[in-house]
Design a protein around this ligand. Sequence first.
Ligand SMILES: N[C@@H](CCC[C@H](N)C(=O)O)C(=O)O
Length: 275
Amino acid sequence: MKAGGQLIQFVKAHACGNDFLIVEALAVEEVEHKATAVRLCARNTGVGADGVEYLKWTGPRSGRIRLFNADGSVAEISGNGTRCVAAWMAREAQAKVNEVFAIETDAGVRSCRVTGIDGNRYEMASDMGVPVVTERQVVLASGAVIHGAVVSMGNPHYVIFVRDDGFSIDGVGWASIGREICFHPDFPEQTNVEVVRTVSQGEIEIRIFERGVGPTTSSGTGTCAASAASIALRGLDSALSVTAPGGAQAVNWRGGSAEMTLTGPAELICIGEAF
Ligand SMILES: N[C@@H](CCC[C@H](N)C(=O)O)C(=O)O
C-alpha cells in the first residue's frame, strides 16, 4: 500500500473503539499527510477515524510511524495506534504468539509483543516508556481550582481524580472540563485529559478528552497516564485494570524509572481505498 497517487490505500483498525487508519508511505514526514489525515478522519465526509498512522516498514518486524490526529495535528505517540499498527504488521508477517514488533514513534521505539491471536483480533503487550508524573493545579475560567497531575507518556496528559461515578467535577460534566483544560493557556501545546475514578486498589475507571480529537472511547497513553498518577500519587497497586467506555486494558508499573507495560486488544477491521 502507498500514500500518494490517486487512490490512498488504508487499513482500518481499532483498540477498544479508539480507531485508526494505517497508511503505508515511503516517508512518514511528507507535508500532504496532514491534509490527507483531516480528510480521511472526518466522520461524515471521510472514512472516519480518531487518527492516521503513517507507516514505513524498516525491516520484517520493524517500522517507523507518525501519528496525525483527526484535526491534523501531529502527536508524539499513541498507545492504541501503535498497537493497531503492530497488529497489522503481525498479520502481514503471519506472526505467532510471542513475536515482537519494534515500532519507532516520535516518542521513541516501542516494542509490541503478540500475546494472543483470534482471527483479526490481536492481544499485545507494549513497552510504553517511563512515565513522568508531576502534581499541578489548574485554575479554570470560573475560578475553580483543579488539583491534578501532569503526566508525560512521551505525549502530554493531565490527570484529574474524581469520586463521582458520573465523572462530574463540582457538578460540571467531565467532557466540558476536559475541553477547557485541553485548550488551557497553561498548556500551549494543548494536552490530553483523563478523568479517573478509583474502583479498588487494583482497578480504575477513566474518561478521556483527547488532544486533536475530543472525547474518545479509549486511549493507550491515557490509560498509562491515569495509571501512573494513580500508582505514584494514590498508592494503588502496580498491576492495574483500567476500564474506559470502549473496554479494559491492563497496566504494570513498578514506579520510579521502571518501564510501564500496557496490554490490550487491537482488531483489524478492513482494508480500503480512498480517493
Ligand atoms: N489515542 C491515543 C493518543 C493519541 C494521541 C493524542 N491525541 C495526542 O495528541 O497526544 C492513545 O491511544 O494513546
